[in-house]
Design a protein around this ligand. Structure first.
Ligand SMILES: C[S@@+](CC[C@H](N)C(=O)[O-])C[C@H]1O[C@@H](n2cnc3c(N)ncnc32)[C@H](O)[C@@H]1O
Length: 604
């Protein structure tokens, strides 16, 4: 953590929503950002180790962060981005009670048709837990909104995408933080799709709150005009007197209609073929296109700190805006990186062929063809932990409860409390359970505590407690020492066998000979208890292969990438690459279908 405190301006203050545990955010601290990957096909180069505004402003690289956005936004403030962001769009999780699950399929397995059970190829990867109780959720959003306001420029706008779950609460938060006088629109986005209920009206719209920082803001109403509907009748006085109705129609059609605040012409993602990434809450590009065109100009900086599958960055990139994105989920960061690599490659090859590449660099058209991926306050560990908890829960057979803010589920007739896997069960944990039970005098169930390990002092405490409490007895499942549960907790990393050789002075060959992801195999076998799964081709487990032909040991430069576009296509597995004449370290990064990665390096 860096030493300096970064001051945050208090919220405007009225109207004000209250919740248990509401606290202002007076100060935050930045974190070191570690450059882990970059994509720079035109070799614009000079990607800074730490992203600060001063060094980026005349040498721009788009930024993709892996980390909790609170840490990332604080880091951006520390690095000189205060007041520098022109447009913010966020689509936060909304306390829906559902876990968002991204279906991960093995590549090409359906086609090969060698697995006995089709469903076995679909691994469910929990993308993020959308399950806070109200108070925590409001505090979570409040802190992010306060930080976003600091980053927003004086002429900037912020769009917050919500729906009926928490839209009404967040609107009050926005009023408090940005001022109700800065609300410009509550946009209603209507879509259609299969209906799930006959108990009430089918819910088919989202709300997008549009606020500005001040009264002097960018808004390009002309760029987002839409055609009149065929059925529109033009009544009353118009400037078209003397024209035939056909001429009127033509004239009006050409000019188009000013966009209103309800949008029914943007289809939901289910209809956007070619865009679908498999990410459950992905939004259509057309929606972002309208927002970005209306509220920013080319070269402006667009930020989305809940990037998901990368839609905001994708559209910003296509429209010549600069972008900054963030997600705490590694899968989301990889998906975004992959999506943007594809778009940038297309932009470059669309514009010019190889010969003109030099020219292209000079004219820098298209602009901003590179991005860098930074890790902030290492999130990998935390994700592994969430994963382990999920797996433990499945192994033991715990029913998760989403509505209880303290206990995590039930196991038979007992209540379950899961202790974070980053520390052993301590007396403090037991005291918290005690306090919670005191608040629930009518609770008559026993309690199962699931933990990785426990401190010595807890056994006598529990013994004492159980003597005094025939009701609410405590029982501990310690995973580490229990052979029934222990095996999956030892995380086995991916392994790959890669052959790399020099074939000529400046040419080399990379061949992926074998690959195994123990986690994928474990998951498949867990979901299919009846038979052992055989994966016919190891390449089914591989999502992406990236190659750096001159690896410096620290930052991975994506020089070659093999990202099969279709789900059924396998990675090639064999690559001819160019290399320096001198001895060079070549690095191959293999990302599996669950987003885990392994890097193999060799000097050739
Ligand atoms: C509703 S999705 C965004 C979908 C996105 N608009 C798209 O088109 O794909 C919300 C995203 O926020 C991420 N997220 C949740 N909490 C976060 C946090 N504290 N910091 C960063 N990202 C977070 C989740 O991992 C998820 O990818």
């Amino acid at each position: 953590m860096t030493e300096e405190n970064i001051k945050i301006t208090p919220a405007k203050g009225r109207p004000m929503l209250n919740w248990v545990g509401k606290r202002p955010l007076d100060y935050v601290k930045g974190f070191p950002a570690q450059l882990v990957e970059c994509f720079d096909p035109l070799n614009v180069n000079k990607i800074p180790q730490t992203p600060n505004y001063e060094s980026l402003k005349d040498n721009w690289h788009n930024l993709l962060f892996h980390g909790d956005n609170k840490d990332v936004l604080a880091t951006l403030l520390e690095k000189g981005f205060r007041g520098k962001i022109d447009l913010i769009y966020i689509d936060p999780p909304f306390k829906s009670g559902a876990d968002y699950v991204r279906k991960v399929e093995l590549r090409g397995v359906k086609n090969l048709n060698k697995l006995d059970n089709d469903d076995a190829s679909i691994l469910q990867q929990t993308m993020y837990f959308d399950i806070w109780n109200n108070d925590n959720y409001l505090q979570f959003m409040y802190e992010r909104l306060l930080l976003l306001k600091e980053l927003l420029s004086e002429t900037g706008s912020i769009y917050v995408h919500l729906d009926w779950h928490v839209g009404h609460y967040v609107k009050l938060l926005m009023d408090e933080v940005f001022g109700d006088d800065n609300l410009k629109n509550e946009i209603v986005w209507c879509y259609t799709g299969p209906s799930q209920t006959s108990k009430y009206f089918v819910r088919k719209h989202d709300n997008i709150l549009f606020y500005t920082k001040t009264d002097n803001y960018t808004f390009n109403s002309e760029t987002v005009r839409v055609p009149y509907k065929k059925s529109t009748k033009f009544a009353g006085k118009t400037s078209f007197t003397g024209l035939t109705s056909e001429e009127k129609r033509k004239e009006l059609d050409e000019r188009g209609k000013l966009m209103e605040d309800w949008w029914d012409d943007v289809a939901g993602i289910g209809y956007a073929h070619g865009q679908i990434t498999g990410f459950a809450t992905q939004k259509p590009e057309a929606l972002l296109e309208r927002i970005i065109k209306a509220s920013s100009n080319p070269d402006d900086i667009v930020l989305d700190c809940f990037i998901g599958s990368g839609t905001t960055a994708a559209v910003a990139q296509k429209l010549g805006r600069r972008w900054i994105a963030c997600d705490l989920n590694k899968g989301a960061v990889q998906l975004t990186s992959k999506r943007l690599q594809g778009i940038i490659k297309n932009q470059i090859s669309d514009k010019k062929d190889d010969k003109q590449l030099a020219l292209l660099k000079e004219n820098s058209l298209p602009k901003y063809t590179s991005f860098a991926v930074y890790k902030v306050n290492d999130y990998d560990l935390k994700i592994l932990e969430t994963e382990s908890i999920e797996l433990a829960v499945q192994h033991i057979g715990i029913q998760r409860t989403r509505t209880d803010s303290f206990f995590d589920g039930t196991f038979g007739k007992e209540l379950v409390k899961i202790i974070d896997f980053n520390h052993p069960l301590t007396l403090l944990d037991l005291q918290l359970i005690q306090e919670e039970l005191e608040k629930r005098p009518n609770e008559d169930r026993n309690i199962t505590i699931v933990c990785l390990g426990k401190e010595l002092s807890v056994d006598p405490w529990i013994e004492e407690w159980n003597k005094k409490h025939p009701i609410n007895k405590l029982n501990v499942i310690e995973l580490k020492t229990n052979p029934k549960y222990g095996s999956f907790l030892i995380h086995k990393p991916d392994e790959a066998k890669v052959r790399m050789e020099r074939t000529d002075k400046t040419k080399g060959k990379v061949v992926i000979e074998d690959f195994i992801s123990p986690t994928i195999i474990e998951r498949l076998n867990m979901d299919n208890k009846l038979f052992k799964i055989k994966i016919p081709d190891f390449r089914s487990m591989i999502d992406t292969v990236l190659i750096d032909n001159n690896y410096n040991g620290k930052t991975f430069h994506i020089v070659y990438s093999d990202v099969p576009e279709k789900k059924d296509d396998l990675i090639k597995g064999e690559y001819e690459i160019e290399i320096l004449e001198n001895k060079t370290v070549v690095a191959v990064k293999i990302i599996d279908m669950l987003g885990e990665e392994v890097i193999i390096t060799e000097e050739i």
